[in-house]
Design a protein around this ligand. Structure first.
Ligand SMILES: [Zn+2]
Length: 234
């Protein structure tokens, strides 16, 4: 799970939301050189829905929030033939500075390699909202994205995404809206036993240089989810 991909390498934010472009490029080269199997969200969830094992060394690449600088990753992903999912919030698409515009989102949606998922309307913590507001965040974001992009939106990334950010109500509403799967920000690898509405993702940022990146891929840092659980960290 990536967020912002700035061109400069001096943005080492505490929230680990940034991955410098040059580092991102090295990480993609690593996946290619070490023959990782980069698969789409669809391929992964089809396997999970059929209770089939995910082949070893499989990786899904996702980007949250729709930072405009994500566009710089497209030629790199194209070069290696890697699919990727971009989770977008509709408020940001409506014209927030530094975020993708609707026409840029359309470009992504109409490529065969890239996909768009919902990241709610306004990126609030769904667990803290009243039910009508949660419903709007889920249903309205899906409807707006589908109307504008003219394709089904079947995947959702839960804003903040850790233990303090979603509950059974979120799941029920996501399912009734027709989402196929939802992604959390709880660290870890997914297996055929994974919960399709709380899929795990490992945050990759400036912190993950070429010494820790292989460990992140192997699940070495998956202990981090216990810390997330204890602290109800977002
Ligand atoms: Zn987000």
């Amino acid at each position: 799970m990536y967020h912002s991909i700035p061109a400069t390498d001096d943005l080492q934010d505490a929230g680990q939301m940034t991955t410098p472009f040059e580092l991102f490029k090295r990480q993609m080269a690593y996946l290619s050189e070490h023959r990782f199997n980069v698969i789409s969200c669809r391929t992964m969830t089809d396997l999970l829905a059929n209770k089939q094992p995910i082949p070893l060394r499989s990786v899904v690449i996702t980007f949250d929030d729709g930072f405009r600088n994500n566009l710089s990753t497209l030629p790199v992903l194209e070069e290696y033939g890697f699919p990727a999912m971009f989770f977008l919030s509709t408020h940001a698409l409506d014209g927030e500075a530094d975020y993708l515009s609707w026409s840029e989102a359309e470009r992504l949606a109409h490529s065969s390699r890239f996909s768009i998922g919902s990241h709610s309307v306004s990126h609030r913590n769904l667990k803290r909202l009243d039910e009508p507001d949660v419903r709007d965040e889920i249903f309205v974001s899906k409807q707006k994205l589908e109307e504008r992009l003219q394709e089904p939106i079947e995947y959702f990334a839960i804003p903040f995404g850790s233990y303090g950010a979603f509950d059974g109500r979120t799941r029920r509403l996501l399912q009734s809206a027709g989402f196929v799967a939802a992604f959390s920000t709880i660290a870890g690898v997914n297996s055929h036993r994974s919960d399709l509405f709380a899929l795990r993702r490992t945050r990759i940022s400036w912190f993950d240089d070429m010494t820790t990146f292989p460990d992140q891929l192997s699940g070495y840092y998956d202990w981090y989810r216990w810390w997330q659980k204890m602290s109800k960290s977002l």
